[in-house]
Design a protein. Sequence first.
Length: 613
Amino acid sequence: MSGFCGWVGGLKDQEPRQALEEMTRALTSHNGTRHQGILRESAAAAMCTGIYPVSMHEKDGLLSLLLGSPEWVDTDLAGIAREKNPAAALITAYRRLGRDFLPLLHGPFALAILDRDTALLAIDRSGIHTLSFAQRQGVLVFSTRTKSVSAHPLVQRDIDPQSLYDYFYFHHIPSPGTIYRDVEKLMPAQYLSFCNGRTEKGFYWSLPFSEQNSGSFKERSRTFRQLLTESVAAASQGEKLGAFLSGGTDSSTVCGILAGAGNTPVESYSIGYSAEEFDEMEYARIAAQHFHCNPHEYYLQADDILSAIPVISTYYDEPFGNDSAVPVYVCAKLAANDGIRILLAGDGGDEVFGGNARYAKQKVFELYGKVPGIVRRGIIEPLLNNVPGREHLALLRKARSYISQASIPLPERMESYNFLYRQPLEAVFEPDFLEQIDPSIPDALLREVYLRTASADPLNRMLHLDLKFTLADNDLRKVSGMCEAAGVEVRYPLLDDRLVEFSGDLPPVYKVRGQQLRWFFKKALRDFLPREIIEKSKHGFGLPFGEWSLNHPPLRELVNESLLQFAGRGILRQEYIEELQRQQKEVHPVYFGKMVWVILMLDQWFQTHRETL
């Protein structure tokens, strides 16, 4: 496990060396090796090495720590990073510019700079790396792992009830929250300044969206393909390289460009399922054949889920309920067993270039808002609500449903199918638990990110929202975490900073044209990608857990035992859990199996981490 940890501020009635040992032990619990530690009167830091580069440097009273090897825009700083070490360049940059040096950094990183009683923390623009912190008794404690922060003697390990509610809402705990009441996480492109016991947070970068079409398609296409080539080339530096290949547009593009750069045959890794509605192996094979890859295929079994559950519950510092962590781990483990040390992933394309189906769906709902209010409220809605026998007319029912959803503003409208909206919260959660939480907080978190962009276009705002919640908080945690657990470094070429900024300059109509998703991306690569992949419908990297947990006896037994135990934790009502299991069995195994998995993984996390809570 690569990372760093430390604190700024004097400890009272605490043993600094023991505190640093505890924090470092939490860092090294996943195949990491402690490399270096420094204790001062009012500060401490340690780092451990793993599959990602990490560096530390001390000069003239400043101490810097850096996870990752980001690129510098400034050639002088790039030279210092190359000739000394990457953390050394941080100190020079900080001396010259203060925190204003942050926009000069590109690529994945987490950093900390300590100067007596002051500190600066920051993470990269996409949130590929993470950084957690807590402020207690005038001391700032920080680490690239949440559980390392919670290991500090000043930090309480009290579970935050609000975080548990947020977990059920999002199926993960989004930043800035964590599972612990006292600990927070930085958001993508966010910094934290600490001085004399006070903190200041802000964003050193935001994606500049454009709503104007100021360039020809041909020119943009040429630039796009050049940036793709350069981003894949930069990500493919190193030996023992492979690539995820799901058969989707993104992974196929990465594999194809990797092959075109002379890395043939590309070692591609794909997961299939015997359940046809989940299986995309056909498309992975098309892409592998088209780009002359050396394909490695594996068909996931129910026993693989049983093997992966302890890995997931142990690796993640916080409960994580995305079930596709299982195929990612199995796929990464397959690559690791073949000697692969670096895997390229296609994550980010949907959130950058407009590939999620909800973008097109929400465009349809947004049309209703363009109808004059006097027409909506004075004619259309009264007419639909007063037609005799309207409950029995399918077309009218659909029209009323459309208006009902269209009347909900974005971004809340995108959550209208959330499990927690299906029935009153009083029927889901125990009364004592409900008294400790604020149900409006998830929507407030969504609105803050949705509105925190200069663009007024709903599509750009949805993209901005998904870059944070879908990508940084969820998909990147899933892929990065499971790859690291398998012993493989993962890199994301489609999240190259220049490529992301290029996407922001594309007008919204280039991303979603009518109901066509990723219009520009697909049109620009129409002569490159196989036709079948260009024209295929959107498919997720899902898991047939819902059906398998009913039909596979060992998995079914684990689920039943875990849900029975969770019913006694005072969070969910037992009646709700029983009804959920009934609906999974009798109504829709896949849909209701999602929430069963979310509960299962929360209980497994509690069991795994009970000694540190």
